[in-house]
Design a protein around this ligand. Structure first.
Ligand code: G1P
Length: 292
């Protein structure tokens, strides 16, 4: 049986962003810039690079700026045109998504990541779909991570999640894989545990916010079982799919920035600025001075 391409991506963007207060008091954390683009734009670009056609944003109260961001800002475009600001116009155009490809679903209750994903079930339908957590900036322009996962999925079928080895003392922060047989970057998943207590993790392979999942996970999530932190966890629902469907982890080979964390967000800004022709030289020169 041929495997159908993954066409839908779900972006859970309902989180309150309390770690970034006060910045997030009046603005969604997904709009925090990394150099000059909002964090969410990086995840959207990654999805588009993987051939995703339908973008589903699971939003919440106070997240209206996200919808405005993907609109055409007609007055702004007209005024930039009148002033001949072609570079700025091009920057806007590069973020424009065809009408009808974005869907916004509201998560009415902050009941966890699994619940957020489940809120998208009617839009996802009965096809495999991707989930991208925009807090996790996975940087590998030469080989965009979701595209790499999609290629693995088209070979392996079932479910594919992106993982990275984390230090043992950090495993309690993540969904952790109980690994089976490994073949290069692909590891069979025998079990998954959300935020294991220190010293109890089955490995150091952590889920880093990219998933390609079968629609049956929605049926599991529908039960609304509460897990770690009293929340409906995506990890727990995925764990129930293991053994029923193929389940693999693909080790990410690029650079990961945890932009849900202040230090990670600052590092992403510095690292991506250094790669840019416009701001890179000034930032590099300043960093050299600091190092003296
Ligand atoms: C979520 C997931 C966790 C995953 C992590 C990656 O946790 O529940 O399994 O490892 O994202 O960032 P959160 O960071 O929302 O607590």
């Amino acid at each position: 049986m041929s495997i159908k391409p993954v066409k839908t991506a779900v972006f859970p963007v309902g989180g309150q962003g309390t770690r970034f207060l006060p910045a997030t008091k009046a603005m969604p954390k997904e709009m925090l810039p990394v150099v000059d683009r909002p964090l969410l734009q990086y995840a959207v670009d990654e999805a588009l690079a993987a051939g995703i056609e339908r973008l589903v944003f699971v939003t919440a109260r106070g997240k209206g700026a996200l919808e405005d961001y993907f609109d055409i800002a007609r007055e702004l475009v007209d005024s930039l045109k009148a002033k001949g600001k072609t570079a700025e116009l091009a920057a806007l155009e590069a973020t424009q998504i065809e009408p009808g490809r974005m869907v916004y679903v509201r998560q009415q209750d902050p009941a966890g990541l699994g619940h957020a994903v489940w809120c998208a079930r009617h839009v996802v339908g009965r096809e495999a779909f991707a989930v991208l957590l925009p807090d996790e900036l996975l940087w590998n322009p030469a080989n965009p991570p979701l595209k790499e996962m999609r290629d693995a999925y088209e070979r392996l079928g079932g479910n594919v999640i992106s993982v990275l080895e984390v230090p043992a003392e950090h495993t309690h922060r993540y969904g952790i894989v109980d690994p089976g047989v490994a073949d290069g970057l692909v590891t069979e998943v025998r079990g998954l545990v959300e935020k294991p207590a220190p010293g109890t993790a089955p490995s150091r392979l952590a889920a880093i916010g990219r998933y390609i999942l079968q629609p049956e996970v929605m049926d599991v999530l529908a039960a609304g079982k509460r897990g770690a932190g009293g929340e409906i966890q995506l990890t727990d629902a995925m764990a129930e799919m293991i053994g029923v469907q193929p389940f693999h982890a693909l080790t990410f080979t690029g650079t990961r920035f945890d932009c849900g964390d202040k230090a990670g967000h600052v590092m992403a800004n510095v690292a991506l600025a250094l790669e840019r022709d416009d701001v890179g030289p000034a930032v590099r020169a300043w960093l050299r001075q600091l190092a003296l």
